[in-house]
Design a binder for this molecule. Structure first.
Ligand code: OOG
Ligand code: NI
Length: 439
């Protein structure tokens, strides 16, 4: 055997295979892609290839050893766990991380990431918890060849070119839909009554991919365009309002389909809601200070199921969040990259002054992660009872970020550090060009 495939190429192949599979499985997702393509086509000049790849997908796992194996598989594809999202306070019985590329180079080659949730059995009633854990204990969601190829890659330092397509094809099996539950109807019903997500996670053979998410350049146009095409949108766009200087992440989706399923034991058929399509628009990554301001302003906006009202309320609340990059930078709210746009006066050594004078130009560092409140909104819009939000537990009982990170065979990365690193390297490059350090 010869060379190893690059991790970026393996991720790109996997993302393409997943996208093809999902469009076949969920034709409405194909319709959403067409809408997104039409909206994006109204923005000439954006390179097609960067737009045509999905930005993320999501799965929900049942037990820690599934998380461990998925981390090892994704590691071979150049995706590391970034961040910890505790969704228990929003009434969703999971906690999550996102596996994603972490360098600018890898993100530019293929930005695909997977929002990966793990069931919190602690939130189940004790009798059901035992049943759920026993059901999950019996399943292995990975094809034996996935286990073998990944184990070999870990020893040898990569996945052999000859085995890449086999790995992609076998890995895909973990993500595919099963129209037959792995449990009898009464068990499914008990799980579902506890929380629809419990049935989604524990009643099936594997963690079917539940959505994919392309990037759209005008999410408000896409939200409006969905209904016109017979795609039922989620009620509101999650995240910050539309701004001149977009921040963080705005997301919306179409509501999960009701799909027929069979049960083990041959009882009469039923249905299950899990799969949907989502779109996202990303803006400037925020510092801790900026993020806190975001959370503080968001908290002043009352819940709403009317998108127009909600967007108006958000826009009003975010009046106090500066809407120029220069001001966001001056107040230390966002992360930026720097470029020289003119001659530097010898007297000026202050970065802030050079930015003010227009000699140093700012471009925003794109936010590459997720937002817990938005993620909870996405989850909730896809539960059976259409947006009835449930009371939450104050936090994942007995869990912390550290304890979740300790489940993982690779280090969990910090979102703020990664975005700050991009700014830091850009500043160093600027200083190298100038030949002196800036204040
Ligand atoms: C994940 C929902 C969260 C996002 O984009 O915030 C998410 C799920 O439904 O499993 O994907
Ligand atoms: Ni998503």
């Amino acid at each position: 055997m010869t060379a190893f495939i690059s991790k970026d190429e393996l991720r790109a192949r996997f993302c393409t295979a997943l996208s093809v599979m999902y469009r076949t499985e969920v034709p409405l997702y194909g319709d959403l892609i067409e809408l997104v393509d039409d909206v994006n086509a109204t923005f000439p000049g954006t390179p097609e290839d960067r737009l045509k790849v999905e930005r993320h997908g999501a799965i929900r796992l049942g037990k820690p050893d599934e998380l461990q194996m998925i981390a090892r598989l994704f590691n071979q594809m150049g995706m590391e766990p970034v961040g910890y999202y505790d969704l228990a306070p929003s009434g969703v019985p999971v906690h999550s991380t996102a596996f994603r590329p972490t360098t600018e180079e890898a993100l530019a080659i293929n930005p695909f990431r997977v929002f990966t949730s793990l069931l919190l059995p602690e939130l189940l009633p004790p009798s059901l918890r035992a049943e759920v854990e026993a059901t999950l204990a019996k399943r292995d969601i990975f094809h034996i060849r996935v286990r073998e190829i990944v184990a070999q890659a870990e020893v040898e330092g990569g996945v052999h070119m000859e085995e890449a397509d086999e790995l992609v094809a076998r890995a895909l099996e973990t993500f595919k839909w099963h129209d037959a539950a792995a449990v009898p109807r009464d068990v499914y019903d008990r799980m579902h009554a506890a929380h629809p997500l419990v049935a989604d996670i524990a009643a099936f053979k594997g963690p079917h991919i539940n959505h994919l998410t392309p990037r759209v350049l005008d999410i408000d146009a896409a939200q409006a365009g969905m209904s016109a095409r017979g795609i039922t949108p989620k009620q509101i766009i999650e995240g910050p309002p539309k701004r001149k200087c977009e921040i963080l992440l705005r997301q919306t989706s179409f509501q999960a389909l009701t799909e027929p399923i069979k049960f083990a034991g041959g009882e009469r058929a039923g249905s299950h809601r899990a799969r949907f399509g989502e779109i996202e628009q990303r803006g400037c990554a925020l510092t801790k200070k900026g993020h806190n301001l975001y959370l503080q302003l968001l908290a002043t906006v009352p819940p709403s199921i009317n998108n127009e009202e909600h967007q108006a309320a958000l826009a009003a609340a975010f009046q106090s969040f500066p809407d120029t990059y220069e001001e966001m930078f001056a107040q230390g709210l966002g992360y930026f990259e720097f470029s020289l746009a003119g001659a530097v006066p010898t007297s000026t050594k202050s970065l802030e002054d050079l930015v003010k004078a227009g000699v140093v130009k700012l471009s925003p560092v794109t936010y590459e992660d997720f937002l817990p409140a938005s993620a909870a909104g996405i989850f909730q819009s896809n539960l059976d009872e259409h947006n009835r939000s449930r009371g939450g537990s104050p936090s994942a009982p007995g869990w912390t970020r550290e304890k979740f990170a300790a489940l993982l065979p690779v280090d969990m990365r910090d979102s703020f550090e990664l975005h700050e690193g991009i700014q830091k390297r850009s500043l160093e490059a600027l200083e190298a060009k100038l030949g002196f350090s800036l204040e």
